[in-house]
Design a protein around this ligand. Structure first.
Ligand SMILES: Cc1ncc(COP(=O)(O)O)c(C=O)c1O
Length: 395
Protein backbone atom coordinates (compact mmCIF):
# COMPACT_ATOMS: atom_id res chain seq x y z
CA UNK A 1 0.00 0.00 0.00
CA UNK A 2 1.23 3.51 -0.77
CA UNK A 3 0.17 6.38 1.46
CA UNK A 4 1.10 9.82 0.16
CA UNK A 5 1.58 12.72 2.56
CA UNK A 6 -1.22 14.52 0.72
CA UNK A 7 -3.57 13.54 -2.09
CA UNK A 8 -5.82 16.19 -3.59
CA UNK A 9 -7.18 14.08 -6.45
CA UNK A 10 -10.42 12.97 -4.74
CA UNK A 11 -11.26 16.51 -3.74
CA UNK A 12 -10.80 17.61 -7.34
CA UNK A 13 -12.95 14.78 -8.70
CA UNK A 14 -15.79 15.88 -6.41
CA UNK A 15 -15.62 19.50 -7.52
CA UNK A 16 -14.27 19.31 -11.05
CA UNK A 17 -17.53 20.20 -12.84
CA UNK A 18 -18.11 23.31 -10.76
CA UNK A 19 -14.46 24.35 -10.96
CA UNK A 20 -14.35 23.91 -14.71
CA UNK A 21 -17.58 25.90 -15.02
CA UNK A 22 -16.06 28.76 -13.05
CA UNK A 23 -12.86 28.69 -15.07
CA UNK A 24 -14.91 28.86 -18.28
CA UNK A 25 -16.80 31.85 -16.95
CA UNK A 26 -13.61 33.72 -16.19
CA UNK A 27 -12.21 32.87 -19.61
CA UNK A 28 -15.43 34.02 -21.29
CA UNK A 29 -15.36 37.28 -19.34
CA UNK A 30 -11.65 37.84 -20.09
CA UNK A 31 -11.43 39.65 -16.75
CA UNK A 32 -8.40 38.13 -15.09
CA UNK A 33 -7.17 40.73 -12.63
CA UNK A 34 -9.34 41.49 -9.56
CA UNK A 35 -12.95 42.16 -10.68
CA UNK A 36 -16.23 40.51 -9.59
CA UNK A 37 -14.88 36.99 -8.96
CA UNK A 38 -12.33 38.38 -6.52
CA UNK A 39 -14.93 40.59 -4.82
CA UNK A 40 -17.33 37.61 -4.48
CA UNK A 41 -14.65 35.45 -2.94
CA UNK A 42 -13.51 38.25 -0.62
CA UNK A 43 -17.08 38.62 0.70
CA UNK A 44 -17.51 34.89 1.25
CA UNK A 45 -14.11 34.61 2.93
CA UNK A 46 -14.75 37.57 5.26
CA UNK A 47 -18.09 36.02 6.27
CA UNK A 48 -16.51 32.61 6.85
CA UNK A 49 -13.69 34.01 8.99
CA UNK A 50 -15.86 36.48 10.87
CA UNK A 51 -13.85 39.48 9.68
CA UNK A 52 -15.27 42.72 8.32
CA UNK A 53 -12.84 42.73 5.39
CA UNK A 54 -10.99 40.17 3.32
CA UNK A 55 -8.52 41.33 0.71
CA UNK A 56 -7.50 38.83 -1.96
CA UNK A 57 -3.72 38.66 -2.33
CA UNK A 58 -1.35 36.81 -4.66
CA UNK A 59 0.07 34.54 -1.90
CA UNK A 60 0.38 34.15 1.86
CA UNK A 61 3.87 35.57 1.61
CA UNK A 62 2.65 38.66 -0.24
CA UNK A 63 -0.15 39.07 2.31
CA UNK A 64 2.45 39.29 5.10
CA UNK A 65 4.60 41.63 3.02
CA UNK A 66 1.64 43.88 2.20
CA UNK A 67 0.68 44.19 5.89
CA UNK A 68 4.27 44.86 6.98
CA UNK A 69 4.83 47.43 4.19
CA UNK A 70 1.62 49.15 5.28
CA UNK A 71 3.13 49.59 8.77
CA UNK A 72 5.93 51.62 7.13
CA UNK A 73 8.68 50.03 9.18
CA UNK A 74 12.28 51.17 8.85
CA UNK A 75 15.83 50.17 9.80
CA UNK A 76 15.23 51.33 13.37
CA UNK A 77 12.32 48.88 13.81
CA UNK A 78 12.14 45.25 14.85
CA UNK A 79 9.35 42.66 14.67
CA UNK A 80 9.05 39.55 16.83
CA UNK A 81 8.38 36.20 15.16
CA UNK A 82 8.66 32.62 16.42
CA UNK A 83 11.99 30.95 15.60
CA UNK A 84 10.02 27.94 14.35
CA UNK A 85 7.90 28.77 11.33
CA UNK A 86 7.90 28.81 7.57
CA UNK A 87 10.58 31.15 6.25
CA UNK A 88 8.16 33.80 4.93
CA UNK A 89 7.09 34.83 8.44
CA UNK A 90 10.56 36.26 9.05
CA UNK A 91 11.75 37.06 5.52
CA UNK A 92 8.86 39.50 5.00
CA UNK A 93 10.00 41.46 8.06
CA UNK A 94 13.43 41.90 6.47
CA UNK A 95 11.92 42.67 3.05
CA UNK A 96 9.76 45.36 4.66
CA UNK A 97 12.93 47.04 5.93
CA UNK A 98 12.87 45.95 9.59
CA UNK A 99 14.71 43.27 11.59
CA UNK A 100 13.20 40.02 12.89
CA UNK A 101 13.64 39.20 16.57
CA UNK A 102 13.05 35.54 17.32
CA UNK A 103 11.32 33.94 20.27
CA UNK A 104 11.14 30.26 21.23
CA UNK A 105 8.11 27.99 21.02
CA UNK A 106 6.02 25.99 23.46
CA UNK A 107 7.19 22.35 23.25
CA UNK A 108 3.64 20.95 23.44
CA UNK A 109 1.94 23.08 20.77
CA UNK A 110 4.93 24.24 18.67
CA UNK A 111 3.38 27.73 18.78
CA UNK A 112 5.11 30.83 20.07
CA UNK A 113 5.52 30.51 23.83
CA UNK A 114 3.93 33.36 25.81
CA UNK A 115 6.41 32.67 28.64
CA UNK A 116 9.37 32.98 26.28
CA UNK A 117 7.81 36.15 24.86
CA UNK A 118 7.39 37.64 28.33
CA UNK A 119 11.01 36.73 29.14
CA UNK A 120 12.24 38.35 25.94
CA UNK A 121 10.28 41.56 26.47
CA UNK A 122 11.25 41.82 30.15
CA UNK A 123 14.93 41.54 29.20
CA UNK A 124 14.66 44.50 26.80
CA UNK A 125 15.43 48.11 27.62
CA UNK A 126 12.37 50.31 27.03
CA UNK A 127 12.05 53.72 25.39
CA UNK A 128 10.25 56.71 26.90
CA UNK A 129 6.94 55.44 25.47
CA UNK A 130 7.33 52.01 27.08
CA UNK A 131 8.23 50.18 23.88
CA UNK A 132 10.84 47.44 24.03
CA UNK A 133 14.21 47.97 22.33
CA UNK A 134 16.07 45.04 20.81
CA UNK A 135 19.78 44.32 21.43
CA UNK A 136 20.79 46.91 18.81
CA UNK A 137 18.38 49.53 20.18
CA UNK A 138 15.74 49.10 17.46
CA UNK A 139 12.13 49.66 18.52
CA UNK A 140 10.12 46.45 18.70
CA UNK A 141 7.01 47.56 16.82
CA UNK A 142 5.08 44.41 16.09
CA UNK A 143 4.72 40.69 16.68
CA UNK A 144 3.66 37.93 14.28
CA UNK A 145 2.24 34.92 16.14
CA UNK A 146 1.95 31.96 13.75
CA UNK A 147 -0.94 29.53 14.25
CA UNK A 148 1.23 26.58 13.32
CA UNK A 149 -0.11 23.32 11.87
CA UNK A 150 -3.73 24.50 12.34
CA UNK A 151 -3.79 25.35 16.05
CA UNK A 152 -4.32 28.90 17.32
CA UNK A 153 -1.67 30.49 19.55
CA UNK A 154 -2.53 31.48 23.12
CA UNK A 155 -3.79 34.85 21.91
CA UNK A 156 -4.99 36.22 25.28
CA UNK A 157 -1.49 36.02 26.73
CA UNK A 158 0.06 37.43 23.55
CA UNK A 159 -2.42 40.34 23.46
CA UNK A 160 -1.76 41.14 27.13
CA UNK A 161 1.96 41.49 26.44
CA UNK A 162 1.33 43.31 23.15
CA UNK A 163 -0.80 45.84 25.04
CA UNK A 164 1.85 46.35 27.71
CA UNK A 165 4.64 46.87 25.17
CA UNK A 166 2.52 48.60 22.50
CA UNK A 167 3.10 45.97 19.84
CA UNK A 168 0.97 45.71 16.72
CA UNK A 169 -0.18 42.10 16.33
CA UNK A 170 -0.32 40.46 12.90
CA UNK A 171 -1.52 36.86 12.91
CA UNK A 172 0.14 34.56 10.40
CA UNK A 173 -2.84 32.25 9.88
CA UNK A 174 -1.45 30.72 6.67
CA UNK A 175 -1.92 27.22 8.10
CA UNK A 176 -4.99 27.84 10.21
CA UNK A 177 -7.99 29.03 8.20
CA UNK A 178 -11.11 28.47 10.31
CA UNK A 179 -9.23 27.39 13.46
CA UNK A 180 -10.98 28.69 16.56
CA UNK A 181 -9.91 30.27 19.82
CA UNK A 182 -11.92 31.23 22.86
CA UNK A 183 -10.61 34.51 24.31
CA UNK A 184 -11.37 35.69 27.83
CA UNK A 185 -14.35 37.72 26.54
CA UNK A 186 -16.05 34.41 25.75
CA UNK A 187 -16.66 35.13 22.03
CA UNK A 188 -15.26 32.42 19.79
CA UNK A 189 -12.90 33.86 17.19
CA UNK A 190 -11.34 32.41 14.10
CA UNK A 191 -7.63 32.50 13.27
CA UNK A 192 -6.52 35.81 11.83
CA UNK A 193 -9.40 37.88 13.21
CA UNK A 194 -8.16 38.60 16.73
CA UNK A 195 -5.63 41.30 15.88
CA UNK A 196 -4.94 44.30 13.65
CA UNK A 197 -4.66 41.94 10.67
CA UNK A 198 -4.40 38.27 9.80
CA UNK A 199 -2.86 36.67 6.75
CA UNK A 200 -3.93 33.48 4.98
CA UNK A 201 -2.33 31.26 2.37
CA UNK A 202 -4.18 29.25 -0.26
CA UNK A 203 -1.08 27.43 -1.50
CA UNK A 204 -2.46 24.24 -3.12
CA UNK A 205 -1.61 21.99 -0.17
CA UNK A 206 -3.35 24.24 2.37
CA UNK A 207 -6.74 23.16 3.80
CA UNK A 208 -8.30 25.62 1.35
CA UNK A 209 -6.00 25.38 -1.63
CA UNK A 210 -5.99 27.28 -4.92
CA UNK A 211 -4.78 25.99 -8.28
CA UNK A 212 -1.54 27.91 -7.83
CA UNK A 213 -0.44 30.66 -5.46
CA UNK A 214 -3.03 32.73 -3.63
CA UNK A 215 -3.57 34.35 -0.24
CA UNK A 216 -5.57 36.94 1.66
CA UNK A 217 -5.46 39.54 4.39
CA UNK A 218 -8.35 39.73 6.84
CA UNK A 219 -9.05 42.64 9.16
CA UNK A 220 -11.85 44.59 10.83
CA UNK A 221 -10.72 48.19 10.40
CA UNK A 222 -12.02 50.07 7.33
CA UNK A 223 -9.00 52.34 7.01
CA UNK A 224 -6.47 49.55 7.35
CA UNK A 225 -8.38 47.48 4.78
CA UNK A 226 -8.19 50.39 2.34
CA UNK A 227 -4.49 50.76 3.06
CA UNK A 228 -3.85 47.06 2.41
CA UNK A 229 -5.77 47.35 -0.89
CA UNK A 230 -3.61 50.32 -1.93
CA UNK A 231 -0.40 48.46 -1.09
CA UNK A 232 -1.74 45.49 -3.10
CA UNK A 233 -1.67 47.67 -6.24
CA UNK A 234 1.73 49.37 -6.14
CA UNK A 235 0.63 51.87 -3.50
CA UNK A 236 -1.49 53.46 -6.20
CA UNK A 237 -4.58 55.63 -5.57
CA UNK A 238 -5.99 56.84 -7.90
CA UNK A 239 -4.57 54.98 -10.88
CA UNK A 240 -0.96 55.95 -11.64
CA UNK A 241 -0.61 58.15 -8.58
CA UNK A 242 1.72 56.51 -6.07
CA UNK A 243 1.92 57.89 -2.53
CA UNK A 244 3.60 54.84 -1.08
CA UNK A 245 5.60 51.94 -2.50
CA UNK A 246 3.54 48.76 -2.54
CA UNK A 247 3.74 45.84 -4.93
CA UNK A 248 1.75 43.71 -7.32
CA UNK A 249 0.03 41.55 -4.71
CA UNK A 250 -3.30 41.06 -6.53
CA UNK A 251 -5.28 37.82 -6.44
CA UNK A 252 -6.14 36.39 -9.89
CA UNK A 253 -9.81 36.09 -10.82
CA UNK A 254 -9.23 32.43 -11.77
CA UNK A 255 -7.89 31.59 -8.31
CA UNK A 256 -10.69 33.51 -6.60
CA UNK A 257 -13.33 31.67 -8.65
CA UNK A 258 -11.84 28.27 -7.76
CA UNK A 259 -11.49 29.17 -4.08
CA UNK A 260 -15.12 30.30 -3.97
CA UNK A 261 -16.22 26.84 -5.16
CA UNK A 262 -14.12 25.15 -2.49
CA UNK A 263 -14.87 27.41 0.49
CA UNK A 264 -18.34 25.96 1.31
CA UNK A 265 -16.67 22.54 1.78
CA UNK A 266 -13.99 23.74 4.17
CA UNK A 267 -15.92 23.07 7.38
CA UNK A 268 -16.59 19.45 6.45
CA UNK A 269 -12.96 18.99 5.36
CA UNK A 270 -11.76 20.34 8.73
CA UNK A 271 -14.13 17.98 10.55
CA UNK A 272 -12.82 15.07 8.45
CA UNK A 273 -9.24 16.04 9.32
CA UNK A 274 -10.18 15.95 13.02
CA UNK A 275 -11.69 12.51 12.52
CA UNK A 276 -8.41 11.39 10.90
CA UNK A 277 -6.52 12.78 13.93
CA UNK A 278 -8.83 10.90 16.31
CA UNK A 279 -8.26 7.67 14.37
CA UNK A 280 -4.49 8.18 14.52
CA UNK A 281 -4.80 8.52 18.30
CA UNK A 282 -6.74 5.24 18.51
CA UNK A 283 -4.21 3.46 16.30
CA UNK A 284 -1.20 4.74 18.29
CA UNK A 285 -2.96 3.58 21.48
CA UNK A 286 -3.78 0.20 20.00
CA UNK A 287 -0.16 -0.31 18.91
CA UNK A 288 1.14 0.71 22.36
CA UNK A 289 3.04 3.68 20.92
CA UNK A 290 1.36 6.50 22.84
CA UNK A 291 4.27 6.82 25.27
CA UNK A 292 7.17 6.80 22.78
CA UNK A 293 5.47 8.95 20.16
CA UNK A 294 4.13 12.34 21.26
CA UNK A 295 0.90 13.07 19.44
CA UNK A 296 -0.32 16.63 18.70
CA UNK A 297 -1.62 18.54 21.72
CA UNK A 298 -5.27 19.62 21.67
CA UNK A 299 -5.26 22.35 24.32
CA UNK A 300 -8.58 23.90 23.28
CA UNK A 301 -10.55 20.70 22.83
CA UNK A 302 -12.19 20.96 26.25
CA UNK A 303 -13.27 24.56 25.64
CA UNK A 304 -16.24 23.53 23.53
CA UNK A 305 -14.82 24.75 20.21
CA UNK A 306 -15.68 22.97 16.98
CA UNK A 307 -12.51 23.85 15.10
CA UNK A 308 -10.28 23.63 18.18
CA UNK A 309 -7.65 22.29 15.73
CA UNK A 310 -7.94 22.10 11.96
CA UNK A 311 -4.99 19.75 11.48
CA UNK A 312 -3.37 21.39 8.52
CA UNK A 313 -0.49 19.09 9.41
CA UNK A 314 -0.38 16.09 11.71
CA UNK A 315 2.99 16.49 13.40
CA UNK A 316 4.32 14.03 15.96
CA UNK A 317 7.48 14.01 18.05
CA UNK A 318 9.43 10.77 17.79
CA UNK A 319 12.74 9.18 18.81
CA UNK A 320 15.27 8.55 15.98
CA UNK A 321 13.29 10.74 13.63
CA UNK A 322 15.55 10.60 10.56
CA UNK A 323 15.80 6.81 10.66
CA UNK A 324 12.03 6.53 11.07
CA UNK A 325 11.52 8.77 8.06
CA UNK A 326 13.76 6.53 5.94
CA UNK A 327 11.85 3.47 7.11
CA UNK A 328 8.49 5.03 6.19
CA UNK A 329 9.76 6.23 2.81
CA UNK A 330 10.99 2.71 2.03
CA UNK A 331 7.48 1.38 2.82
CA UNK A 332 5.80 3.92 0.51
CA UNK A 333 4.58 6.31 3.21
CA UNK A 334 4.97 10.03 2.57
CA UNK A 335 6.22 12.26 5.39
CA UNK A 336 7.73 15.72 5.70
CA UNK A 337 9.87 17.66 8.16
CA UNK A 338 8.36 21.03 9.09
CA UNK A 339 10.98 22.48 9.65
CA UNK A 340 14.48 21.01 9.71
CA UNK A 341 16.08 24.25 10.92
CA UNK A 342 15.03 27.10 13.19
CA UNK A 343 14.82 30.48 11.48
CA UNK A 344 17.71 31.72 13.65
CA UNK A 345 19.91 29.00 12.11
CA UNK A 346 19.10 29.84 8.48
CA UNK A 347 22.19 30.96 6.58
CA UNK A 348 20.51 34.12 5.30
CA UNK A 349 19.87 35.30 8.87
CA UNK A 350 23.45 34.68 10.08
CA UNK A 351 23.95 38.45 10.21
CA UNK A 352 21.36 38.70 13.01
CA UNK A 353 23.92 37.21 15.40
CA UNK A 354 21.99 34.23 16.77
CA UNK A 355 23.68 30.94 17.58
CA UNK A 356 22.76 27.29 17.86
CA UNK A 357 21.39 26.79 21.38
CA UNK A 358 19.59 30.15 21.51
CA UNK A 359 16.12 28.58 21.07
CA UNK A 360 16.30 25.06 22.54
CA UNK A 361 12.65 24.12 21.98
CA UNK A 362 12.77 25.22 18.35
CA UNK A 363 15.93 23.23 17.81
CA UNK A 364 14.49 20.17 19.55
CA UNK A 365 11.32 20.36 17.44
CA UNK A 366 13.46 20.67 14.30
CA UNK A 367 15.28 17.45 15.30
CA UNK A 368 12.38 15.40 16.64
CA UNK A 369 9.22 16.09 14.65
CA UNK A 370 7.78 14.51 11.55
CA UNK A 371 4.53 15.17 9.67
CA UNK A 372 2.47 12.10 8.82
CA UNK A 373 -0.08 11.78 5.99
CA UNK A 374 -3.07 14.02 6.67
CA UNK A 375 -5.99 14.86 4.39
CA UNK A 376 -9.76 14.47 4.69
CA UNK A 377 -9.95 11.43 2.44
CA UNK A 378 -7.27 9.38 4.22
CA UNK A 379 -8.83 5.97 4.98
CA UNK A 380 -8.66 3.99 8.23
CA UNK A 381 -6.81 1.22 6.38
CA UNK A 382 -4.15 3.66 5.25
CA UNK A 383 -3.81 5.06 8.76
CA UNK A 384 -3.54 1.60 10.25
CA UNK A 385 -0.76 0.82 7.77
CA UNK A 386 1.08 4.06 8.71
CA UNK A 387 0.92 3.37 12.44
CA UNK A 388 1.72 -0.34 12.13
CA UNK A 389 4.73 0.55 10.00
CA UNK A 390 5.87 2.94 12.75
CA UNK A 391 5.33 0.18 15.33
CA UNK A 392 7.39 -2.18 13.17
CA UNK A 393 10.26 0.36 13.22
CA UNK A 394 10.30 0.63 17.02
CA UNK A 395 9.71 -3.10 17.66
C1 LIG B 1 3.24 29.84 8.44
C2 LIG B 1 3.30 30.27 7.00
N1 LIG B 1 3.43 31.57 6.72
C3 LIG B 1 3.45 32.02 5.45
C4 LIG B 1 3.35 31.16 4.39
C5 LIG B 1 3.45 31.69 3.00
O1 LIG B 1 2.35 31.38 2.20
P1 LIG B 1 2.50 31.20 0.62
O2 LIG B 1 3.17 29.90 0.35
O3 LIG B 1 1.09 31.24 0.14
O4 LIG B 1 3.30 32.35 0.11
C6 LIG B 1 3.19 29.80 4.63
C7 LIG B 1 3.06 28.84 3.51
O5 LIG B 1 3.51 27.74 3.52
C8 LIG B 1 3.17 29.33 5.97
O6 LIG B 1 3.05 28.03 6.25
Amino acid sequence: MRVPLLDLSQQYRLLSDSIRGEIDEVLQSQQFILGPKVVDFERALAAYCGAKHAIGISSGTDALLDVLLALELGPNDAVITPAYSFFATASCVTRAGATPVFVDIDPATFNLSPDALAGLLESCRRDAEGRALDRAGRIVRAIIPVHLFGLCCEMDAIHRLAGEYRLTVIEDAAQAIGAEYLPADGKVRRAGTMSMAGTLSFYPSKNLGAAGDAGAIICHDDQMAERFRIFRQHGMEPRYFHHVIGGNFRLDALQAAILKVKLPHLESWSAARRAVAARYRDEFDRCGLSKGVTLPAEPYRARGLTNHHIYHQYVVRVPRRNELQKHLTARGIGTAIYYPLGLHEQACFAGLGYQAGDFPETERAARETIALPMYPELTSEMQRFVVETIAEFYA
